[in-house]
Design a protein. Structure first.
Length: 223
C-alpha cells in the first residue's frame, strides 16, 4: 500500500522551471562575455542537470573557467531576481489536489531548487498549501556524489517518514528522477510537463506516465 508520495518540484508542481533555469544560465554566461550556440548551450546545461549551479556554470564555461566566480554572481542575481520566478506557472488545480492527497498520504519533496526560493517566494506566490511533511533540497547535501541520480535523497526522506520503498512513489519529470527512483527501489511516476517525452519515459521502463500531476490519482487507484 502506498503511504508516501515524494515529488520533484520543478516542472511537476510548478511549470516553466526548465525555461527559467535556462534563462538564468544564458544571462549569466552572456554577462561574462561568453556566447554559445543555442544547441551547445543546451547540451552543456543538460550534461550537468540536477547538479549545483556552480557545476552547471563550470560546464558552460569549461573553456573559460576563470570566469566561473563572476558568472555565479550573475546567475544568483538573475535567479533571486525576477528571471526565474517570472518563468513559472502553477498547474491548474494543484492546490486542491495537494489538499486532497494530504488526507490519505504523507507528502514530501525532493528537489534541486533552493529551499529558500521555494519557501519564501514560490510557495507564497502560488498560495501552495502547507501540506508537505518534508522538503529536502540538493542544497542541503554536502557530498555532490549523493545528488540525483544517487538514491540518497529518497532514502533519507523514507527513513525520516518511516516508510519503505514499496510504500513510496516518486513523481518527477526528468531522466535523473527516474534513475533516482529506480536506484532507491521506488516506483517512479513521470509527468510529461518537463524534460521527458512519453517515448523517452517508456525507454526508461517507466510504468506510470501521466500528462501532468493532476493524473496522479488515476495512478494511485491502479496500484
Amino acid at each position: 500500500m502506498i503511504k508516501l508520495l515524494i515529488f520533484d518540484w520543478d516542472d511537476v508542481i510548478t511549470l516553466g522551471a526548465k525555461d527559467g533555469y535556462f534563462a538564468c544560465y544564458h544571462k549569466a554566461i552572456n554577462g561574462v562575455g561568453v556566447f554559445l550556440s543555442p544547441d551547445e548551450e543546451k547540451k552543456r546545461i543538460l550534461a550537468k542537470w540536477s547538479k549545483p549551479y556552480r557545476e552547471e556554470l563550470k560546464e558552460l564555461l569549461k573553456d573559460n573557467l576563470d570566469l566561473v566566480d563572476k558568472a555565479v554572481q550573475m546567475y544568483e542575481k538573475e535567479y533571486w531576481g525576477d528571471t526565474f520566478v517570472d518563468s513559472l506557472t502553477a498547474v491548474t488545480g494543484i492546490n486542491e489536489l495537494l489538499i486532497k492527497l494530504k488526507e490519505k498520504y504523507i507528502l514530501a519533496v525532493a528537489t534541486g531548487n533552493h529551499p529558500k526560493m521555494l519557501k519564501e517566494r514560490i510557495i507564497p506566490h502560488f498560495n501552495i498549501p502547507d501540506v508537505f511533511a518534508q522538503i529536502f533540497s540538493t542544497f542541503e547535501i554536502q557530498d555532490v556524489n549523493k545528488m540525483k541520480p544517487h538514491p540518497y535523497m529518497l532514502e533519507k526522506i523514507m527513513k525520516d517518514q518511516n516508510c519503505l520503498p514499496d510504500e513510496t512513489l516518486f513523481i518527477g519529470d526528468a531522466k535523473t528522477d527516474v534513475l533516482t527512483a529506480q536506484n532507491a527501489k521506488v516506483e517512479p511516476v513521470v509527468v510529461l510537463t518537463g524534460h521527458l517525452s512519453k517515448r523517452e519515459a517508456q525507454d526508461l521502463k517507466v510504468k506510470h506516465i501521466i500528462n501532468d500531476i493532476t493524473g496522479i490519482e488515476t495512478v494511485l487507484n491502479t496500484i
